[in-house]
Each structure stands twice: as structure tokens, then as C-alpha cells.
Design a protein around this ligand. Structure first.
Ligand SMILES: [Zn+2]
Length: 124
């Protein structure tokens, strides 16, 4: 189960069914899962926590670049700042996507979503 969830996170899939795509376009999320129909944004401001996850991802992405600079050309402080800024700006689409999806998966583990009820067939 953990491997399935990790794979779903890497493929930016739904936190509930692990099948549906979370994003429809590069900057646009689906409002609901195209497979199971759960609502992604549970409440207003739901994705605020993903901003903090994005900070951590930015640091994780920038750190190898800074370490590589330290062991190679050893720039001054301005060089490190520019390298970190450039790396994070280039990685912004990745950070944006993964921060939200990681947050949705953490939230799903803490409090599982309930898919919308299927309308019962009308009785004739
Ligand atoms: Zn789903």
C-alpha cells in the first residue's frame, strides 16, 4: 500500500483512489478526481499547508546545487543566492505540483475523504 501511495504521489495522482490525475493542465488542478469524484480542495484555504511543503521542497531541490557549487567554483554569497533563486524558479512547476499532491496525500492518511454518493436509481 505504501509503494502504491508513493507511486501515486510521484505520478501526481488522486490521494483517495490513487488512479485519477490531480492536474488537468500545468497550472490547473481538477476540482474533483476524474476517476472517483472526491473533492480535492476540501475547504477554502485548504492548500495553505502546501505552501510550507513547497518551502521544504525548494530547500531540498536547491541544497544539492549549493553543495555542488561549494565543492566546485565556490562563488561569493551573491553567487549562492543567485544559484538558489534560479534553481527554485526553474523548479517552481515541480514544487507547485508536488507540494499540493503531497499535502493531499498526508491529509488523506490523517482524515480519509469520502467519495460522493452515487445517486440511487429512481424507482419506477
Ligand atoms: Zn480519485
Amino acid at each position: 500500500m505504501r509503494l502504491k501511495r508513493l507511486t501515486a504521489i510521484l505520478k501526481l495522482k488522486c490521494p483517495h483512489c490513487l488512479q485519477g490525475q490531480a492536474y488537468s493542465k500545468i497550472w490547473k488542478m481538477h476540482e474533483t478526481c476524474p476517476q472517483c469524484g472526491v473533492l480535492y480542495e476540501r475547504e477554502s484555504g485548504y492548500f495553505m499547508v502546501s505552501v510550507f511543503i513547497g518551502y521544504v521542497l525548494g530547500a531540498v531541490i536547491a541544497m544539492p546545487v549549493l553543495i555542488a557549487l561549494y565543492f566546485t567554483i565556490q562563488p561569493d554569497v551573491t553567487g549562492y543566492v543567485l544559484a538558489a533563486t534560479g534553481t527554485i524558479v526553474l523548479a517552481t512547476p515541480l514544487i507547485f505540483h508536488y507540494a499540493r499532491v503531497i499535502w493531499m496525500h498526508i491529509d488523506e492518511l490523517l482524515d480519509a475523504r469520502v467519495p460522493p454518493a452515487v445517486d440511487p436509481p429512481e424507482l419506477a
